[in-house]
Design a binder for this molecule. Structure first.
Ligand code: NDP
Length: 310
């Protein structure tokens, strides 16, 4: 049995291949390149693959994505509708994103930017402490990553709420479900963290209307996708003072163009899509066990719903 490995991302392809081969010696992992003849493979491990893969390998039945987000694959008209698509579930990313969010939240609540300014002036001055109950946090998207963010913040005694399609309960977190409960979720949140998947329903969900419903002065942390945010609307709600600061890891155009106003905005922090990076060990172990389950005819978790888009 052959499994193709196809990535256009500057990942450590040789290391991934060696690790996949060691994890699953019963199959032959092949580094797929555009100049090779058709391999007739049924399965592939992919990350941002070129469209040529689908045309050259018409025998593909299932692909395993090396990332959690599948929006780019699903909106690609070349991606065959018959292919089963399995996504990475956590893969070491939830702890990284929770850590990123805790850092962003504590910068706000513990006034760390103001202490950095004081330090630059060699000024020893204790600011009045802020009660964290004044900063209810709302997490948009309560999947494998959103749940980790929510429980981590709840363990630090933040008042945390989560919003998802289903509103599935989670201990220690107030849950809201569906469109009908969205406004109530926004109205109780002062810091909003977005970790939704990008779908036709969630595109543009961070806009003047939704951001305007947050408890002011509000703060935005976007670690989902750039297309969730209507960028002009953020600048507008920040100019009005309703939203005080934003920490953004993802953008409509990546890399963020050098002349983009976000770079120089004094209250916007930009990171280059690094809230989580794929952990090779966890990823290989997880995908190898998905491939094993697939080959054994067992149910494979992480199957993406084409209808829902995640
Ligand atoms: P999951 O599929 O596990 O969870 C998705 C969550 O979003 C679920 O709670 C789901 O609701 C909810 N949801 C989806 N659509 C809607 C909707 N229309 N209305 C309300 N809720 C909705 O995803 P992950 O947690 O694994 O990842 C989420 C996203 O994070 C990825 O798609 C990716 O874009 C992004 N990401 C960003 C990274 C970065 O470095 N910045 C790294 C990794 C991921 P329900 O529970 O009811 O199904």
């Amino acid at each position: 049995m052959k499994v193709l490995f196809c990535s256009t991302h500057p990942l450590h392809t040789a290391d991934f291949l060696a690790d996949f081969q060691a994890a699953l010696p019963v199959v032959e992992f092949i580094h797929w390149r555009e100049d090779m003849p058709t391999q007739g493979a049924e399965l592939a491990v992919i990350f941002q693959p070129p469209d040529a893969l689908y045309a050259r390998e018409p025998g593909l039945r299932a692909v395993f994505n090396l990332g959690a987000g599948v929006d780019a694959l699903l909106r690609n008209p070349a991606f065959p509708s018959s292919l089963a698509l399995y996504r990475l579930e956590d893969g070491g990313m939830s702890a990284q994103i929770a850590e990123y969010v805790v850092h962003a939240v504590s910068r706000i609540v513990r006034q760390l930017d103001r202490y950095a300014e004081q330090e630059a002036d060699r000024r020893w001055h204790q600011l009045t402490a802020i009660d964290r109950r004044e900063f209810p946090v709302g997490v948009l998207g309560m999947g494998v990553i959103g749940r980790k963010i929510a429980t981590t913040l709840a363990q630090l005694d933040y008042a945390v709420a989560g919003w998802s399609r289903s509103g599935q309960p989670l201990e220690g977190v107030e849950v809201f479900g569906g469109q009908s409960q969205m406004d109530a979720f926004l109205a109780r949140s002062r810091i909003v963290v977005n970790i939704l998947p990008l779908t036709s329903e969630t595109s543009g969900i961070l806009n003047a209307r939704t951001l305007g419903r947050l408890k002011a002065p509000a703060h935005l942390i976007n670690v989902g996708r750039g297309e969730h945010l209507v960028e002009e609307d953020l600048l507008e709600v920040m100019a009005s003072g309703h939203v005080e600061s934003a920490v953004l890891d993802v953008f409509r155009t990546e890399p963020l163009p050098k002349d983009h106003p976000f770079w120089s905005h004094p209250r916007i922090s930009v990171t280059p899509h690094i809230a989580a990076q794929t952990g090779r060990r966890e990823t290989v172990a997880q995908i190898a066990s998905k491939i094993e389950a697939y080959l054994a005819g067992r149910a494979v978790s992480g199957l993406v719903s084409r209808e829902l888009g995640y």
